[in-house]
Design a protein around this ligand. Structure first.
Ligand SMILES: Cc1cc2nc3c(=O)[nH]c(=O)nc-3n(C[C@H](O)[C@H](O)[C@H](O)COP(=O)(O)OP(=O)(O)OC[C@H]3O[C@@H](n4cnc5c(N)ncnc54)[C@H](O)[C@@H]3O)c2cc1C
Length: 479
């Protein structure tokens, strides 16, 4: 069954290539370890670059043309994609900083990875490259908004595999929300420790029966004697086991229309009224949980925004999550890892990248990555001109998660039987480095298409807000 499924998948890309089917027999695949010259007697192939369908300099995995790799150039079709000399000079500054600081050198080289990362983040923030939107008084670098500089930083940090801000839900979602809507004391108490990775958060939105239709949530918050008393249940709460605090949507005005009856509370997770139960995933790990509230408590002023405004406040958070997930730079880096995998894995004694079906599938995926990358530039141009990016912006998350799944499926095709091994248990924060990372990427790519609003819901949003089609009938019914 499984073999059939694998053939079926690749045949979409190969249109019935009989020779390819021959090659997908069990036991013929051996995967090398990306980044190593030799591995257990398997040598790194001296494969030719992908020449037939895609000229090497234009392939993302083989970019090398031009004096400054990564710098945008004129396409030759009358469109200037360069960022201009001022921004390219800035790129040079970022590169010098990275050359001096990452990977760690001197005494820093012998420190633990955690400490290396912490020190690097401090230096990068002091240099103005990280935490740019966070005021200095809360530990940020307080840089003026500059989409081009921010993009260059993202590109160069990705190229150098250097750490960026901690990727937790606290930095990505809570900090921007507090900066926009929190009180002064809330910012002082929570922002700096969160961007330094010292305080961790989980997001208490989804409930059984209230995922896509989130505004129907039932967990109650009642104000009694200067405290919110919370009762109910959340589900799919990522990292709830480890988190210090939760930002949570609760129903505080039961008689108001459903969107107007919700408040956004901050809750200490380490208290007797909260019971966290891990949910086992197919990866074998338990990254998300059920959370039960039984007279859990939080002080009256641990509310962000006003009573009943939680829906509005939560939209601020979601906006930031969508932008975070949609970054094209990550897709480019993962594609490069995929090309490496195809070079270093052997099928029938030859590098997988020499297999015409694999090459064709790689080129197809590259087309999606390119389209995503250039959509990103289009969106950025619109932003810089103060124009609404419209449907392009709405498509960002959907494209990003679709591409992530395509990557992972193709990696499984390349890995063959090795794709049945156990996935890696550590996170993919520093990129894909091994076979088991690819397996974890494959499994997690399914969940990413659901987290933060499912792909179907995202399509509804694109249709309704982007293309002006009629409202979803199901959504109208549940008002
Ligand atoms: C990896 C992962 C991490 C998560 N982390 C968190 C977290 O930390 N905190 C948190 O609160 N939640 C979290 N979630 C939950 C996530 O937000 C929900 O799973 C998601 O919103 C979908 O809700 P649901 O699971 O209830 O599915 P449902 O809403 O029941 O949807 C089931 C299916 O029906 C489709 N569907 C539903 N309504 C419509 C419609 N109107 N039109 C078309 N199709 C529709 C959906 O697309 C989906 O395919 C996480 C989920 C995942 C996978």
């Amino acid at each position: 069954m499984r073999r059939e499924a694998r053939r079926g998948t690749l045949s979409e890309a190969t249109s019935g290539n009989a020779a390819r089917r021959e090659k997908l027999e069990p036991g013929r695949h051996t995967a090398g370890t990306p980044g190593r010259a030799t591995n257990g007697g398997r040598s790194r192939p001296t494969s030719p670059p992908l020449t037939a369908a895609v000229p090497p300099p234009r392939l993302l995995g083989l970019r090398g043309a031009g004096s400054v790799p990564g710098a945008r150039t004129t396409t030759g079709y009358g469109m200037d994609l360069s960022y201009g000399s001022e921004i390219e000079a800035f790129r040079g500054e970022v590169r010098s900083f990275l050359d001096a600081n990452w990977p760690p050198k001197g005494d820093d080289a012998s420190l633990s990875r955690e400490e290396q990362t912490r020190r690097f983040r401090e230096r990068a923030t002091a240099a103005g490259y990280l935490n740019r939107h966070v005021p200095k008084q809360y530990g940020g670098s307080e840089q003026p908004p500059d989409a081009l500089r921010a993009t260059v930083i993202r590109e160069e940090f990705a190229r150098a595999h250097a750490p960026t801000e901690p990727r937790g839900i606290g930095t990505m979602m809570l900090v921007p929300t507090l900066l926009e809507r929190g009180t002064d004391w809330q910012k002082e108490k929570f922002v700096q420790s969160t961007i330094m990775g010292e305080t961790t958060w989980c997001q208490g939105y989804s409930e059984p029966g209230s995922g896509s239709d989130l505004a129907s949530l039932k967990t109650r918050g009642e104000l009694r004697d200067g405290e919110w008393i919370i009762n109910g249940q959340k589900i799919w709460t990522s990292s709830a086991m480890e988190a210090d605090y939760m930002f949570c949507l609760v129903r505080t005005e039961p008689d108001a229309p459903k969107h107007a009856g919700i408040s956004y509370l901050l809750i200490d997770m380490k208290q007797p009224g909260i019971d966290v139960r891990p949910l086992k995933q197919m990866t074998g790990s338990s990254e998300f949980n059920e959370v039960f509230f039984n007279d859990a408590r939080t002080p009256e002023d641990w509310i962000v925004g006003k009573r009943g405004e939680g829906w509005l406040v939560s939209r601020t958070t979601l906006k930031h999550e969508r932008n975070g997930i949609g970054a094209a730079a990550q897709a480019v880096g993962t594609f490069q890892a995929l090309v490496r995998l195809a070079r270093e894995t052997r099928i029938d004694g030859k590098p997988a990248i020499e297999d015409p079906a694999i090459r064709r599938a790689l080129v197809e995926v590259e087309g999606y990555v390119r389209a995503h990358e250039y959509s990103g530039y289009w969106q950025m141009s619109k932003d810089l001109k103060g124009e609404n990016a419209g449907v392009i912006q709405l498509m960002n998350k959907l494209n990003s998660t679709n591409i992530g799944h395509r990557f992972a499926k193709l990696a499984m095709e390349i890995l063959g039987d090795e794709g049945l091994l156990a996935p890696s248990s550590h996170g993919l924060g520093l990129g894909i480095q091994s076979t088991s990372d690819w397996i974890a990427q494959y499994m997690s790519s399914l969940g990413v298409a659901i987290a933060g609003g499912s792909a179907n819901i995202q399509k509804n949003v694109i249709a309704e807000r982007g293309l002006g089609l009629p409202r979803d009938a199901a959504a109208n019914r549940s008002k």
